[in-house]
Design a protein around this ligand. Sequence first.
Ligand code: SAM
Length: 332
Amino acid sequence: MWAGGKTSLVKRYEEKNLLPDTFDTYIEPFFGGGAMFVWAYGQNPSAKFYLNDLNQYIMGIYAAIKDDVEEFCRLVDIYDKKYLSLPPPKVKTKDENDKTVWVDHPTGRPNKTLEKAYKVGRDVDWIELGNEIPEYHTRRQFYFSVRQKYQQLKTDRLSVPHSAALYFLMKAGFNGIWQTKGDTDLFNTPCGLMRHTESIYDKENIVEWHKALQGTTLLSQDFTQTLDHVHGAENCFVFLDPPYRGCFTQYGVDFDDKLQQGVVDYLDCATHGGAYVMMSNRDVGDDFFEKRQGTNIIETFDVTYTAGRRKKEDDGTFTAKKAKEILMIGKK
Ligand SMILES: C[S@@+](CC[C@H](N)C(=O)[O-])C[C@H]1O[C@@H](n2cnc3c(N)ncnc32)[C@H](O)[C@@H]1O
C-alpha cells in the first residue's frame, strides 16, 4: 500500500489502448508501489527491468523480498502475530438498529494521560512505557514501540530484519503515507485504525513479488540517473509516475515545479532516444503540462479521490473530491 497507487488507472490506460504492444526493457524511475510493473511483468516476464525509487528504505523492502523472502515473511509473521494478539483501539458491534458501529475497546483505547507521563521532548517513550506498564500492551503501544526501535537503529536499516519491521509499520500505519521525522528521512507515520481481524499482509502475494523481482535491477537514485539505462536499450518502455503536482508532502520529499519540468525533459529526452514513454500526473487546471506538451500526446482522466482527500463542503460534510489526472505520452 502506497499513496498514489496506480492499479485502477492502469486498467483505464489499457482500455484506451495506450500501453505499448511490446517492449524488451522496462524502466520505472518513480517505483513506489509499482502498479505498472505488475502490468509490465505480466506482459513480458523476460524483459529487462530497472526499478528505481529515491526512497532507499522502500527499495530495501523490495530487495529483502527479492533476496530472502523466507526470512522476510518469517519476521513479518512474528510482528503480525504479536500485533493481532493485542487489543485494538476500537471494536466492532451493532447499535439498536442493527447497524455496525465501532466503539472504544475497554483496554485497547488510547490512554492519553498515561502516554503524556512518558513524554520525552515531543515524543512518547513507548518502549519504556511498555516496560513499566504491561497492562498498556495494546496495538497502539506495540506499533509505536516498533517504530521507535526502528528509528533508533544504529545498524544497517536496509537489512532484511529492519526491512521487515518497516514493512509491518507501513501495513499497520496510517493510509499508506510516508511521513518523515524532523529533518531526517526516517519513517514517522502514525498508526492507522488498526482494525485488522486477520493478517496485515498477503503472504502469497509477497511470494509472487519474490518471483517477479528475480530478473530485476533495483536502484535507489534520483530519477534523472535512470536515463543512462534508456540510452542504448532496444524497444524500451518507460513509465514516469512522479509525486503529483500540488501534493508536496506525501513522500517526505519536496517535488516542486522545477522538478516537474525535469520529468518532462526526461520524457522528451527518452522519447528522442527511441523509447515509448508515459508520464502520469495531476491536472491542477493551470495548463502546466499543456504548455510543455510540444509534439507529445496528452490524455486526461476523471478520478474521484476518497479517504483523506475529500472535499469539505460549507455545511461541514465531506464529499468525494473530483479531479483530473493526465497522461503524457512521448511523441517525436
Ligand atoms: C506517485 S509515487 C509512485 C507511485 C507508484 N507508481 C505506484 O503505483 O504506487 C512517487 C514516488 O516517487 C519517489 N520520488 C520522489 N522524488 C524522487 C526522485 N527525485 N527520484 C526518484 N524517485 C523519487 C517517491 O519516493 C515515491 O515513491
